[in-house]
Design a protein around this ligand. Structure first.
Ligand SMILES: Cc1ncc(C[n+]2csc(CCOP(=O)(O)OP(=O)(O)O)c2C)c(N)n1
Ligand SMILES: [Mg+2]
Length: 324
């Protein structure tokens, strides 16, 4: 697929999702210090184009799994700001009835199956779902998002190995910000390149710079097409810049392990600035983009108000939805 193949309508719908995830997280940053959201938050500012772009290319009925850094993925899959803020505020209108919090968002009815705070845990579960599809002779694709830190776990390599051996339609998406909390990849990884190492497995590979939404779409589209034509796993590796601290709403450039990006390189790191520039170059008017932004801001503000007014789950709810 060529970059310019997106219609104007599609481009604006993608912009709406991209800006929805950015503004939802900016809203969390504004509200968080009131201490009404009793959940840790791992914000994904800088990485939004990866889930937005990948989900755009997934065939219908693709079951999806993720990690604790899952806000953009949840919103890209569902656009459900009411449920999203409900869950963050611990209220009954959240998809987990307020019991899941930010790190365990899911919405199985919309194929967003599970996310987890435990690094790497959803990877083998996604492979199991893809194996179930193979048994059922279904061509559906299962997708799992994870960070670069998960690649250092044995379970990642075992899952990749098994999926390749069995030709499963599972799409692995590595969201690589080069960090596991504060530790850079070169202090953690005993191999030179994630992508080059994965290329030695029998799967389709792709990837690139995760701030470039059109590039993410192009690469994902190619890999998904190959998976549809001939069943095998796909592996996508996208780099991105994590703008904020590992967990929480603040910047952390004073922590000493990295420096603030300069205004000159900001444009090459920020997926929203990058896509806005692409859209304007392709004939969209700034006024069209601001109208979308305004309607998204209103939607988010309404959802936050609703969440604040909604009830907490009752104490009896502590004993429901449990697997024992
Ligand atoms: C199995 C496991 N080991 C350790 C941790 C502690 N821990 C939480 S986040 C994190 C870093 C993970 O980095 P990465 O996978 O790159 O994701 P990112 O936070 O960069 O999105 C670690 C080691 C954990 N949650 N689970
Ligand atoms: Mg990381």
């Amino acid at each position: 697929m060529q970059k310019d193949i997106l219609s104007k309508e599609e481009s604006l719908a993608l912009y709406r999702k991209l800006i929805l995830t950015r503004l939802a997280e900016e809203k969390i940053r504004e509200e968080y210090f009131k201490d009404e959201m009793k959940t840790p938050v791992h914000l994904g500012i800088g990485g939004e184009a990866i889930p937005v772009g990948v989900c755009h290319c997934l065939p219908p009925r693709s079951k999806t799994f993720g990690t604790y850094r899952n806000h953009s993925l949840y919103l890209a899959m569902t656009e459900d700001t009411d449920g999203f803020f409900g869950e963050l505020y611990g209220k009954v209108n959240g998809p987990g009835k307020g019991k899941a919090g930010s790190m365990h968002l899911s919405f199985p009815e919309r194929d967003f199956i599970a996310t987890s705070a435990v690094v790497g845990t959803t990877i083998p579960v996604a492979v199991g779902a893809a194996l179930a599809n193979a048994y059922r002779k279904s061509n559906d694709v299962v997708t799992v998002f994870f960070g670069d830190g998960a690649v250092e776990e044995g379970v990642f390599w075992e899952s990749l190995n098994f999926a390749c051996l069995k030709n499963l339609r599972v799409l692995f998406v590595c969201e690589d910000n080069g960090l596991a909390i504060h530790t850079p990849a070169k202090e953690r990884q005993g191999f030179q390149s994630i992508l080059e190492t994965v290329k030695t497995f029998d799967c389709y590979v792709g990837g690139g710079q995760g701030h470039d939404l059109q590039g993410v779409i192009q690469s994902t589209h190619q890999v998904v097409k190959q998976m549809e034509d001939q069943p095998k796993p796909g592996f996508l590796h996208f780099t991105y810049y994590r703008f904020l601290e590992h967990v929480g709403p603040r910047e952390d450039f004073d922590a000493g392990y990295r420096s603030r990006p300069t205004p000159d390189n900001l444009d090459g790191l920020d997926p929203v600035l990058c896509f806005e520039r692409d859209l304007c170059q392709n004939g969209c008017k700034p006024s069209e983009l601001s109208a979308i932004k305004k309607s998204v801001e209103e939607k988010i503000a309404k959802s936050v108000l609703t969440a604040q007014k909604t009830d907490f789950p009752s104490s009896e709810e502590l004993y429901t939805d449990l697997f024992v």
